[in-house]
Each structure stands twice: as structure tokens, then as C-alpha cells.
Design a binder for this molecule. Sequence first.
Ligand code: GTP
Ligand code: MG
Length: 410
Amino acid sequence: MREIIHLQIGDCGNAIGKAHWSNIFLDYPFINGKNSANNFSIIQEKIGVYLEEKSNQNYTARNIAVHTENDSLNPYFSPDDFVKIESAGNNWGKGYYGSEVDEYIIDLAKSKTEACDSLQGFEISHSLGGGSGSGLTSRVIEMLKDEFPEILICMHTIFPYSGMGDCLVEPYNVTLSFPYLHMPKNVIFAIQNERLFNFIFHQKHRIPSFYADFNHIAAAVLSGITSSFRYSGTLNGDLQKLVSNLTPIETMNFLIPEYTELSSLWLHDTLSRIFRDGVSANLLCNVDKNQKYIAAACNFRGCEDYNKEINSFFDSDTNEIINNMPKKKIKYSVIEANPNNFPMQAVSIINSTGFRKTLMGYLEQYYALKRRNAFLHHFYGEGVEDDDFTQSANEMRDLIETYENVYNSL
Ligand SMILES: Nc1nc2c(ncn2[C@@H]2O[C@H](COP(=O)(O)OP(=O)(O)OP(=O)(O)O)[C@@H](O)[C@H]2O)c(=O)[nH]1
Ligand SMILES: [Mg+2]
């Protein structure tokens, strides 16, 4: 079995993690005392990827919850997998340097690893706006890399609003985290809160309720992406395949999810709207108007009856080019089971030079704050040095330049 260990760190990481695990457990209607008449062999085969079997047909999540309070998902989370932390007060420095539980988290990860047959990687849900999700996550990534240098780490990362964040120092937290995300053998599924807002406002035509609506979508994306690791015979069936298919250029390791709720009535129109030249409204990060895709994949769920329509959409107009990528290069798979939260959905993953715009947004805000020396003493007081700021911002600028070079060279 190729197992994945999931960690959820901070308020946002735990809220999204919890919503995600609820979805996962709904996918297994035959465990923990529940019965189902259906044949679930297609999912049973890979049940050990995410779940630990405690006793016959009784499973818990292979999860480590790092949070200020134990709001666990009973009975699916084991109390031994909860690590209590103090809030890092929205300060990356406090999360990175001030944590007294970093070694305990790594010990827990090590003991979970030892119980695995063949670990395929770690997954981390977190946000970059607060101090724990940014700083403690950076520390944990660094320590995991020391301990398991060859293992893949896959981040499900919520980026703060790029204009009107909850707290003014968010651009510092994003920038200081950047070098820890942008490392070999990491992939980051990047979601911006403002894009979740826009999605609900424009696609669902209502004002979102914070954060329940956001987390509903973010968890649906996470379940959509990870369903390929949980169902047999799917595209990108393990982390390694996903990383090698979606990150042809190692330094471009940020992936943008795109979430779409599908209706049988408008299936073809919806697919034409999301897979077309330009910017799809369903992309969950801000991207440049002129962008070039370097890789893309899509997982459909609950669409089995529409296999023919989906195949014919991708097989028609095979000369069509979508943001510089031939349509025929988009890999897709259709998973039989319904997605729990909506009858039919598509979750795409895009690797695009357009991600430059997301990074530019935070870097500009970072410079605007840093130029005025705003709030710096809070960070210096926690052990962050001016060099840390400068090096992180430079690294971010280098990646922005890489995106520009790749755009110009394609
Ligand atoms: N989508 C979403 N975003 C959230 C949620 N909770 C907080 N955020 C965003 O995440 C950032 C704050 O991060 P938190 O996760 O609250 O902070 P933390 O990791 O607990 O860090 P500290 O509180 O400083 O210890 C802000 O940008 C919020 O807008 C949530 O449940 N869902
Ligand atoms: Mg918090």
C-alpha cells in the first residue's frame, strides 16, 4: 500500500481538513459499522492510502491535527493524533521559531511512517495568512525534508485576500513562507480566498457565509484532487504520477485548481467555457490574462452517464489550442462515484505561467509594507532577520522572472 499522511495546521488548515475528511469518510459507506449493498471494490482496494485500520473494518484518518483546540471529527480522528498549540498571533516568526511542539509533530509523523508499508508522501492543509499556518508549517516542512529528503510533500494552501486581508501583515507571512513551499519535491495546490468569494458570488449568485462556504468549495477541490489517489484505475493515481505529469518544470511547482459544478443540461457549454483560451472564471487563483499552460488535468466525478459527452468534448477539435496547450494534451478521468456535495463536478488542475499574477500581488503588498518598515518590530522580536525578508522576497521575484521567461520561450 502506498500511504499518504495528512497534516492540518492552524485554524484554516483544521477547518478545511475537517470538511475534507467528512467527504472522504462519506466515500466509504461500508466501514465503521455501516453497511452498504453496493460493490465498492473500486475504492476498497485503495482504502489504506488515507485510512488506518484499527480493527476489522474500523478505520481512522491517517491524520495529524495541529490546532489550539481539539475539535476533532469523532469517531474518525484518533485523540492521539491531536497536537495542541498556542496561537502564533498572525506572526510567521512566532509560528516558525516559537513553537514548542515541532519535534513532537515530527516524532508523530515518524511513528506514522513506521506503521506504513511504503509511504508515498505527506499532505498539509494550511493557510498562509496566520502565524501557525505559515510559520509552523514552514518549520514542519523543513524538518520533514531533513528527516525524509526523498519524500513528496503536497500542500493544500489557502492564500489570503490579496487586497483586503483579515490582518495587515499577511503579505509578510506569505513572503516568509515562500522559500519553504518553493522546494524540490513539493507541490502546492494554491487557492486564494478572494477567488472563493468570487466563485460563490458570481457562480452561485449569493454573498458567501464566511468561512463555511469557502471551506465547502476548498474541501470539494481537495476531495476532487485526492479522489485520484483513492479510486483504482484513475488518472494521476498516486502522488508521484501527479507530480511528474503536472510539474514538467521543477521550479514551477504551484498548481491552480479549478472547480466546476456540472449540470447534464449544460455539460458541453460548461466544458467549452472552462477549457478555452483566456481566463476561466472558475480558476481559484488570479492569473495573467495572457497565460500559457504547461500542464493540465481534470477529474470528473458523478459523470459516468455522461462519459460519451465528455469523451466527445475532448476528442473533438483536436487541433484546438487552449492557452498555448493543445487540447488533446489535457488528461482527464471520470470517476464513477458521486462527489457527496454536488451531483456532478469537475476539478481541474492547471500549471500555468499566469500564476505570476498571484505572486506579483503579494510581492507588491510586501514591498509596500516593508518600504514603510510597517510592523517589522513584531517579526524581529520573534527572531526573524532582515535577511530572511530580503532572501524570501528575492526568491519570489526569481520565480516571477522564471514565469516570464517560460512565457516568452513557449
Ligand atoms: N478559506 C478559509 N480561510 C480561512 C479560514 N480561517 C482563516 N482563514 C484565512 O486564513 C488566514 C488566517 O489564518 P488562520 O488559519 O486563521 O491562522 P492560524 O494558522 O491559526 O495562525 P495563528 O492564529 O496566527 O496561530 C486569513 O487569511 C483568513 O482569511 C477558513 O476556515 N477558511
Ligand atoms: Mg489561529
